[in-house]
Ligand binder design. Sequence first.
Ligand SMILES: [Zn+2]
Length: 438
Amino acid sequence: MFCELHNHLYGSLSAERLYEIGKKNPSPRWSIFTESYESAYSKKIDPSNFFQDYINLEDFSKLYYFNHRGPFPEFQAKFNLIIALVPFTIEEMKEVAELIVLDHARQQISHSEYRIMFSALEERDSFEKRIQSICNGLEEGEALAKKEGHTIRAEAILSLHRNQNTELNYNWLKELMEKDSHVKNRITGIDFCHVEEGSPPKEKREFFNKVLLDNKANKSSALSILYHVAESYQDKTPFSASRWVWESVAYGAHRLGHCIALGIDSKYFAETIRKEAISERIDQLNWELEHYNELIKFGDYYSKKEIESNLKNFQNCKQENEIIEINFDENTLIYLNTMQNYIMNHVKESAAVIESCPSSNYYIGMIHNPNQHPLKRFIKNKIKVTIGSDDPGIFDTSLEKEYTKASEMGLSAEELENIRKESFLYKSSILSGRGKSS
Ligand SMILES: [Zn+2]
């Protein structure tokens, strides 16, 4: 049996099911898809003839699947096809939840946590109804699976928006949990996903603290904090992206999504130029000074003098948003490797778990060489990890296939078996302190 801890409910929609839902939808919200698709792929899609142009499932699947290496906006454009085609009515959401749970139960998954996300501007009434309907669907899905002889526990995780109504939506959720015991039983965590650039973990420090205090005060409604981090870091160096992982752990996130920049082989960046804002560089240099004595125990690093003098120069600069370039020469790669090892050791010592998603990291993380995949290095560094399928519908994968991909990276059967077994210890209800789920 498998435990699925990194999965987005709607990203689990198979091409076939999405195609059926889309054909029945009288008014798809085309612009959400066509605009992002055109900007990511420089290709126009004509919505007026869509189901004639994509008359068979095979062509539609090609459009839907994200199974090539490309940056996050290319993935998001594909996800937007779901947002455009699905009506997201209360009934439809329940049905989708139900069917996906049943699919997963048939795939030998016995515990699954589904991330769900709504518009940041959702009205409270429909916010509540949608959550209730998904929770009902999960419950129904379990019942359907049971009829077929499968046992699955299906929980939901609410993905909050990083920059909009975060606390408001969290408060609505907590209040709903108090008045609806089904919701309280089903929702076991909160998550942050979508674009991470521009939303540093330091901005979430106070909020995480509040959630952790709420968890302590009321264990029966405790929520795990799940945080996608260092997955997409186009706007900064892998040094800063790795530091973001350190910060997320320090501020109390229970499970971290992906952490590609932390575990990827530093040679991946050989002879590249990475850019970041001066304000980010200042944060990074301050952090390096603060951790310097520990950091250098893990290998060669910039001299303290060099860091101090760089910091001084940048602090004197008036333009905090100005972008600077860093050349990844041989020494820089060695230093990155040192910093990654230092932070990986920190993650290992902490209670945090990394959710590693092989296909997703190959495609969105644009990793070509399996030897450079972060999962291998996380295992070598004895970090607590779980394997997730992320968006199996879009990636045309399954949790079992993801374990196979991990084996193709060189993970031994024993290592894979340990990950499979230990994943059950990293369930949200355990990490948040809620205790055994009923
Ligand atoms: Zn994800």
